[in-house]
Ligand binder design. Structure first.
Ligand code: NI
Length: 175
């Protein structure tokens, strides 16, 4: 996901990280369900690193594995508090409502208006396979919902209806 208002650009590069090719709306892989991760292998760690780098490169706040062509249940998120890698995430609880602009790195140059819960409590596993509970409001809640939808083959455009519109790069950078 990308926000229309970016509060921070990170300069996050480490040796050995690589950009992955993003899949775009219309690619069948984005409609498929993803499989749970049973074990964190070196390949999974590399994928997580690459997804984080790819998310930052394209100024996203979240990226799901199927968006780089990998049908595994893993997402990366950074809403300005540092990167989180979520393995096998599930939403436990939601409440409230927020309606606002949402975009996706798999549909560049577009945004739409989507209603999401304002609060989300989710469970996931970190790269050491420890169970973690996260609670998020506003952008983090929106981002968790958006990214988890990707793992089940769904994109925000299904929720945005006819509110999809063009956005310029300038608008995306605006404070
Ligand atoms: Ni997305």
């Amino acid at each position: 996901m990308f926000p229309l208002i970016l509060t921070r650009f990170k300069d996050f590069k480490e040796d050995g990280m690589a950009l992955r090719q993003i899949r775009y709306l219309g690619d069948d892989i984005l409609k498929k369900g993803c499989k749970p991760i049973k074990e964190v292998t070196d390949r999974i760690r590399t994928l997580a690193d690459d997804m984080i780098e790819t998310m930052y490169e394209f100024q996203g706040v979240g990226l799901a594995a199927p968006q780089v062509g990998i049908l595994k249940r893993m997402v990366v998120i950074d809403v300005g508090e540092g990167p989180i890698v979520m393995i096998n995430p599930t939403i436990l609880e939601t409440s409230g409502e927020q309606t606002g602009e949402e975009g996706c790195l798999s549909y560049p140059g577009k945004a739409g208006i989507v209603t999401r819960p304002n609060y989300v409590k989710a469970k996931y596993y970190d790269l050491d396979m420890n169970e973690v509970i996260v609670e998020g409001e506003e952008l983090l809640a929106r981002c968790i919902c958006h990214e988890l939808d990707h793992l089940d083959g769904h994109m925000y455009v299904e929720l945005a209806g006819d509110t999809i519109h063009d956005v310029t790069y300038d608008e995306m950078e605006e404070e």
